[in-house]
Write a new protein. Structure first.
Length: 70
């Protein structure tokens, strides 16, 4: 039972980390703190990176099929 829980946690951990970083970046943009932290030239790239991280984490959960050995 504990081994199964550990495998579930290790499966969802990469997606959780990517989603957390995306949420932090989107929160920084939504609250306007990005204006104090970054040059205007890089603000659009943060938005693109946040959306891309969110999409990649969803694709990881939906498409990744671990082998029976892992």
């Amino acid at each position: 039972m504990i081994d199964r829980i550990a495998r579930q946690i290790s499966f969802f951990a990469p997606a959780a980390v990517m989603s957390a970083w995306a949420a932090v970046m989107l929160h920084t943009i939504a609250t306007g703190h990005i204006n104090r932290l970054l040059s205007p030239m890089f603000r659009n790239y943060v938005l693109i990176a946040a959306i891309l991280l969110w999409v990649l984490s969803a694709l990881y959960v939906l498409l990744y099929q671990p082998t029976a050995e892992t």
